[in-house]
Design a protein around this ligand. Structure first.
Ligand code: DC
Length: 228
């Protein structure tokens, strides 16, 4: 459908369907799909595995910055699923669990962590033809992206979606725990000093609370068609 290798930046709060939309778009357009949150989760998992949090689960910042050179992240497509590899090991399942969710925003606040991951993300998108989703994609990673989207959905819907997503993966979690984790992370992500989640002026806002997956995809494909 499209010949031009544009860059599509998708930002928004936790669990509002950014990944689903980004995956659907990338498939339709034959673009690369990158879930940048998976990379922050990968760093958080490394920190958990290497005792880089204190007893109050605060990150040991100096040690983490020092350890960044030992962290290699990559993606591999396995059974049509983009899986995160941390130092050569498939950690896709581990990074989705509650332990990582509870600490990832604390790690994502660290400037040096962000610098490393942003640099890697920019390399992945150097040739365009990419859909990347996260919190700072339109503002920091690809400020010149041809299409920027800011996705929102009600807290209730987002909680329900995350609950069903975890359940489908065999991960048990309470609705209340998910809801409070989402609210806590949203607050931390949008109030942090280093590249907080913001809605940039040139982003198109899409509230998908009442849209089906197909309706959401069609809406964005129309936007893409008008661009190329
Ligand atoms: O999208 P997610 O829930 O998998 O993201 C995990 C965490 O990583 C989230 O709390 C915010 C952070 N993150 C970020 O700071 N910047 C990004 N580009 C993507 C995610």
């Amino acid at each position: 459908m499209i010949k031009k290798q544009i860059t599509i930046a998708i930002d928004g709060y936790s669990a509002c369907g950014k990944s689903t939309l980004a995956k659907d778009l990338a498939k339709k357009l034959s673009f690369i799909f990158i879930d940048s949150g998976a990379m922050y989760r990968g760093v958080a998992l490394y920190c958990l595995q290497n005792n880089l949090f204190d007893d109050d689960t605060n990150p040991k910042q100096v040690d983490i910055i020092h350890a960044l050179k030992n962290i290699t992240l990559s993606f591999q497509l396995i059974n049509d699923n983009n899986c995160l590899f941390l130092n050569g090991k498939n950690v896709e399942e581990l990074i989705r669990g509650g332990e990582v969710a509870a600490v990832v925003s604390k790690v994502a606040r660290i400037k040096e962590v962000r610098m490393k991951l942003v640099m890697e993300q920019q390399k992945m998108g150097a040739n365009g033809g990419i859909v990347m989703e996260g919190r700072d994609i339109g503002s920091v990673v690809f400020p010149k992206a041809e299409l920027k989207l800011f996705i929102t959905a009600s807290q209730e819907i987002r909680t329900q979606r995350r609950y069903l997503e975890l359940k489908s993966k065999g991960i048990e979690a309470k609705i209340e725990t998910i809801s409070s984790n989402l609210a806590e992370r949203d607050l931390m992500d949008s109030s942090r000093k280093e590249s907080p989640l913001i809605q940039v002026a040139d982003a198109i806002v899409l509230d998908n609370s009442k849209l089906t997956r197909e309706e959401q995809l069609d809406f964005v494909l129309d936007l893409v068609r008008n661009l190329v």
